[in-house]
Design a protein around this ligand. Structure first.
Ligand code: UDP
Ligand code: MG
Length: 319
């Protein structure tokens, strides 16, 4: 009996991509043809193009592709919600309708040839396969440096992410089911997916320039994305307030010794200097410590309101 091949769904977020889609759709369909010819994916594999409330003719372009080839499917959000949200919408749409989903940007900056490698890893039993850039020579030096600063800062803040991995990845249908349990509204998929766990692998690829159109991620959006990532995953900045307060309290005690020695041993200090110095240092550190303590509780509330799943069961042996 012939082995059943996995149905692969390629999910593509599209915002104002009317120029890029005519290049990328044929190329992605070519990848599907190639995979089914090589026997690594089912011929029923498909593309889901997800329109993120574009203002140009992206949706009309998607409709045309759908009419021409039913393997091209479409989903359209009512308004522009941003890459992470439209991607989640797409992944949730294909959940239960594929064996694995691969997310890739419409501009094909992430080499589509890595898709077959990801599916091969999936066929070997991996449930999450991360696409990792092996070089960034085609990005501008500025984009490269800011992107690396972004990963390092996240690490320092205690966020578990995969280095040089954006949102180009494969997830099995089971991993999609686990992702569905995360009900948070501040989405940062690169932080959530490593938390899911499961068997994973990495596939390396080279990052190309955009096929057409221009980047929808200027520095301002990247910065706000980075801050979102940290504030959605880490209460560490609040602990820093507490630690700063404690350090200042130690400094305040040293200042107090200095002030008292000056007060008793020097005869030309101004009236009121000693009491002002002592109050500024001691009160300042006490205020920071208090804010830090309040912060610890807010950190707890922050974790509770997310209603994240408390655990994910991988296997059960029971008979
Ligand atoms: N995108 C989106 N909604 C947005 C901005 C971008 O769906 O509000 C999509 C865009 O169409 C592309 C992907 O997200 O498929 C990545 O965007 P872009 O290539 O502009 O970012 P960059 O690669 O420059 O960081
Ligand atoms: Mg891009």
């Amino acid at each position: 009996m012939e082995e059943r091949k996995p149905v692969i769904a390629i999910v593509v977020p599209c915002y104002n991509e009317e120029e890029a889609l005519p290049h990328s759709v044929p190329e992605l369909l070519g990848v599907l043809d190639d995979m089914s010819a090589r026997g690594i994916a089912s011929p029923e594999s498909y593309l889901l193009l997800c329109n993120d409330g574009s203002r140009d003719h992206t949706w009309q372009t998607i409709e045309e592709f759908h009419r021409a080839d039913k393997r091209v499917k479409g989903l359209s959000l009512a308004h522009n919600r941003g890459h992470q949200y439209v991607l989640l919408a797409g992944l949730m749409e294909v959940r239960g309708k594929c064996d694995a989903a691969i997310s890739i940007d419409a501009d094909l900056q992430d080499d589509p040839r890595a898709i077959a490698d990801m599916v091969t890893e999936f066929n070997k039993g991996k449930e999450i396969v991360y696409g990792v850039r092996s070089c960034r020579q085609t990005d501008t030096a500025f984009k490269r440096t800011t992107a690396h600063a972004f990963y390092s800062f996240q690490r320092a803040m205690g966020l578990e992410t995969v280095y040089d991995h954006a949102d180009y990845r494969l997830m099995s249908d089971r991993a999609l089911g686990m992702l569905a349990q995360y009900g948070e509204s501040n989405l940062f998929l690169r932080g959530i997916i490593p938390q899911i766990g499961l068997d994973n692998a990495i596939v390396r690829y080279e990052r190309n320039p955009r096929v057409a159109g221009e980047s929808k991620y200027p520095l301002s959006k990247m910065l706000s994305f980075s801050i979102d990532g940290i504030t959605s995953f880490s209460a560490r900045p609040m602990r820093w307030i507490f630690l700063t307060g404690m350090t200042l309290l130690v400094a305040a005690l040293l200042v107090a010794v200095y002030v008292l020695i000056s007060y008793f041993c020097s005869d030309h200090i101004s009236a009121g200097w000693a009491s002002i110095m002592l109050s500024v240092w001691i009160l300042g550190s006490l205020i920071l410590i208090s804010i830090g303590i309040v912060g610890e509780y807010i950190g707890k509330i922050f974790n509770e309101v997310k209603h994240r799943p408390r655990y994910a069961v991988r296997d059960v042996l029971w008979d």
